[in-house]
Design a protein around this ligand. Structure first.
Ligand code: ADP
Ligand code: MG
Length: 259
């Protein structure tokens, strides 16, 4: 069955404050969707709520992959159901090497008794690291510890490649990347495009979308998707900012914190 990801009326709050005010989004296998929006509108909150971060309380709505309700699942079950999130700020895990982390992440998605062999894992990891032009020594470093911003982002893409998820959510994967790293990361994403996989790319810069062509672009403001279109929408936001969207839709600025 082709991948089908549906978010329906999703509302979420942080410490009692409603941030997501009813998000609707549908992503089919083969599609790339981009969400753009000003700082503090809830883009990362959407990513975290989908992944099951304990700080974000979902108060209404649903999210499912191929009809399987994600919101009822524990974080690891969501990953097993095929959801992958590259975080805006990846965590450092001192004491756990990158390769140990990757191998156990792969194995946690497999049945007991059918774990990936060490040799096969190393071959796959080394191949993907080469594609991402990563120094082989990163396999043995502690996860994200002392990695630069760009190295962390590349490492998130490495995880994505090895985990082979159905739905990929990339939160500001382009932030902190120089132009070469941006190209490498984008190539990694493009190489993973397939009919079985859908992407949700969260970004507030259009430049990533010069390298990864989205099928749909959505504008998020104040916790809602307020406008959807094609790649030309991203270009217009880049050229003109967000004010015209607000004017068009009669959105009055709330004083929200910067995120
Ligand atoms: N852990 C948190 N605790 C309190 N407030 C938060 C937390 N995370 C996000 N927020 C608030 O939620 C709003 C949306 O943040 P976020 O989803 O990070 O926005 P974006 O990713 O669109 O820039 C902001 O007002 C931010 O300050
Ligand atoms: Mg964010």
């Amino acid at each position: 069955m082709a991948t089908h990801f549906v978010i329906d009326g999703l509302k979420a709050e942080i410490e009692g404050k409603e941030i997501l005010k009813g998000i609707n989004l549908e992503i089919k296998g083969g599609e790339i969707h981009a969400i753009m929006g000003p700082n503090g509108t809830g883009k990362s909150t959407l990513a975290s709520a989908l992944m099951g971060h304990p700080k974000y309380e979902v108060t209404a709505g649903s999210a499912s992959i191929d009809g399987e309700d994600l919101l009822e699942m524990e974080v690891d079950e969501r990953a097993r159901a095929g959801l992958f999130l590259a975080m805006q700020y990846p965590s450092e895990i001192p004491g756990v090497t990158n390769s140990d982390f990757l191998r156990s992440a792969i194995n946690s998605r497999r049945e007991e008794g059918s774990e990936i062999s060490l040799i096969k894992f190393i071959r796959q990891m080394e191949g993907k690291m080469k594609e991402l032009e990563m120094n082989p020594e990163f396999a043995h470093r502690y996860l994200n510890e002392g990695f630069s911003g760009g190295e962390k982002k590349r490492n998130e893409i490495l995880q994505m490649m090895l985990l082979d998820p159905k739905i990929v959510v990339l939160d500001e994967i382009d932030s902190g990347l120089d132009i070469d790293a941006l190209r490498i990361v984008a190539n990694g994403v493009n190489a993973m495009r397939s009919e079985e996989r859908g992407f949700l790319i969260i970004t507030h810069y259009q430049r990533l979308l010069d390298y990864i062509t989205p099928d749909f672009v959505h504008v998020m403001m104040q916790g809602r998707i307020v406008k959807s279109g094609g790649p030309e929408l991203a270009q217009r936001l880049e050229n003109e900012g967000y004010d015209w969207v607000k004017e068009e839709l009669g959105i009055v600025d709330e004083t929200v914190g910067q995120a």
